[in-house]
Design a protein around this ligand. Structure first.
Ligand code: NAD
Length: 483
């Protein structure tokens, strides 16, 4: 692998994301030689850490995520890390940061390349972007920026943030990260759809009855109640992860596999996305909040959550497109906290076909994303000894050994940032469409809240969310496949 020269600046170097995901991913890329002799990482955060202390943290992060490591490699890797105590609003701190980046650039021959990673609370993204511009932190080589989610709170704030970032970075150098796009089974959607005639030929409005996407979380809001209460399931999960998955499921076949062709196919689809009317929001969307149990709090009683909160911990809804192979097919989605289990899956439900056996089921294609990775197709055949029909799954799955080799989403996506491949990142044009949709739903809910009698279904924890989520189907023959 190429040795990419770069000085990387992580805003939020003492945070959870940096510790659990970024440092281990960077170490793996170092072991593969993608970054090696000519890189330095500056971790910044408010705490008064030393370089040595950051290196200890980096080393701990690697030991926590790797069973076996070469201690000399860990030491050599950690020696490339530098810490700068930094308050995001303090101009002088950016001047110091700029100087340190230049010094490290000279020491490691990083050729003026800079990679900025925003791994802090999203309310600081705009301020940091503005300072990168005002204090000219960019280098003389490539300048790339990775922006964590959420990118804005609604379309207006996303536009504002985008303006602040594009003051210093070109669209091609802005990597809006959605770690779902780094997941093995999400990256498997396109090859599965476009290399199998068996699948490709039935992936049409004539054959597909509906598509269902479920991102179920077992946990409640935990310690994040304060943040979550300002966001909710629609903004936290649908605006990014669910829409990205739906886009991959419904987009037309790209001309080729270049990043620009793939984004063009996504854009063509998204332009035809149908934005719901307020009446449709009322009919096609369900929002809910979890109740308490013997040993867990109801959402409204969680620490830092408004006891009168109307924030949803569950949402189910529907989206349709006017164009693409599954134009006009309902795509249902649901996501929420305190489901019976953690499970991310997609079900493609095929239309029923009249047949002389009568009782045969329709075929479904299921893609399980987490916690296991597999694809299966339900198929009908003859029962032994009787003339009845039996249904079996044809399964595509990985061995344990193969699964152990699957890189973490962050490792894949950081690799792509280093090699300048933006295929699996969200373009502004896509993000804008997602927000247009989300804003419409949020506005309709807001109006309902203002009338004083919002419809928010209360649901029992550790089951399948509110029963009302089954009312959004277009026909009585439709139901959630995963129950
Ligand atoms: P965190 O709260 O653990 O870390 C925040 C970091 O920002 C810390 O290093 C803190 O010291 C620093 N910070 C806070 N205020 C500051 C200030 N005024 N000046 C300078 N530094 C300051 O948060 P996190 O969980 O690491 O999340 C960071 C970002 O990553 C968020 O946008 C989040 O949505 C996103 N994200 C996190 C995860 C995850 O697993 N943690 C997953 C996906 C996305």
């Amino acid at each position: 692998m190429k040795n990419i020269p770069v000085v990387m600046i992580i805003f939020g170097g003492s945070g959870d994301l940096a510790h659990r995901k970024l440092y281990p991913a960077l170490f793996n890329l170092y072991e593969q030689g993608l970054i090696h002799d000519n890189f330095a990482v500056i971790g910044t955060a408010r705490r008064p850490w030393s370089h040595e202390y950051l290196r200890e943290q980096v080393s701990d992060a690697i030991h926590e995520t790797h069973d076996q490591v070469d201690e000399n490699d860990v030491k050599r890797f950690a020696s490339h890390f530098y810490y700068q105590s930094h308050d995001v609003t303090n101009v002088e701190h950016y001047e110091t940061l700029k100087k340190l980046a230049q010094e490290l650039d000279d020491r490691y021959s990083a050729q003026g390349n800079r990679l900025f990673y925003m791994a802090m609370a999203p309310r600081f993204f705009g301020t940091i972007a503005t300072h990168i511009n005002d204090q000219s932190l960019t280098g003389s080589g490539f300048n790339r920026i990775v922006v964590e989610k959420p990118f804005g709170h609604d379309l207006a704030s996303a536009e504002e943030l985008n303006k602040e970032i594009t003051a210093s970075f070109n669209e091609d150098d802005i990597f809006r990260i959605d770690h779902y796009l780094g997941k093995e089974m999400i990256q498997n959607i396109m090859p599965m759809r476009f290399t199998n005639p068996l699948i490709k030929d039935i992936w049409t409005s004539e054959n597909v009855k509906n598509i269902q996407v479920t991102l179920a979380e077992r946990l409640g809001v935990e310690a994040r109640g304060g943040y979550y209460d300002t966001s909710g399931a629609l903004r936290d999960m649908v605006q990014n992860h669910i829409f990205q998955i739906i886009t991959l499921l419904a987009m037309p076949e790209p001309k080729d596999l270049s990043s620009s062709s793939i984004h063009k196919a996504k854009q063509d689809l998204l332009e035809s996305m149908i934005i719901p009317t307020p009446e449709e929001v009322e009919k096609d969307f369900v929002r809910g909040q979890y109740l308490g149990s013997d040993n867990t709090f109801a959402y409204k009683k969680e620490p830092n959550v408004d006891p009168e909160s109307t924030t949803e911990t569950f949402v189910a809804g529907k989206v349709k497109f006017k164009k693409g192979p599954v134009a006009d097919v309902p795509i249902y989605f649901r996501t929420g906290k305190e489901f019976k289990e953690k499970k991310n899956r997609i079900d493609i439900v095929l239309k029923h076909m009249n047949n002389p056996y009568g009782q045969a089921h329709s075929n479904n294609i299921t893609i399980e994303i987490d916690p296991v990775s597999k694809i299966y197709i339900t198929i009908n055949g003859k029962k032994i000894d009787t003339s009845g029909i039996r249904r079996e799954n044809l399964t595509y799955e990985f061995s344990k050994e193969e699964m152990a080799k699957v890189p973490d989403g962050y490792e894949r996506l950081l690799h792509d940032v280093f090699v300048d491949d933006s295929t699996n990142f969200t373009h502004w044009s896509e993000l804008k469409r997602y927000w247009e949709f989300i804003d419409t739903v949020e506005d309709a809910w807001q109006k309902e809240n203002e009338k004083g009698n919002p419809k928010i279904s209360q649901y029992l924890p550790y089951r399948m969310g509110p029963k009302e989520a089954s009312d959004i189907f277009e026909s009585p023959t439709e139901h959630w496949i995963y129950e």
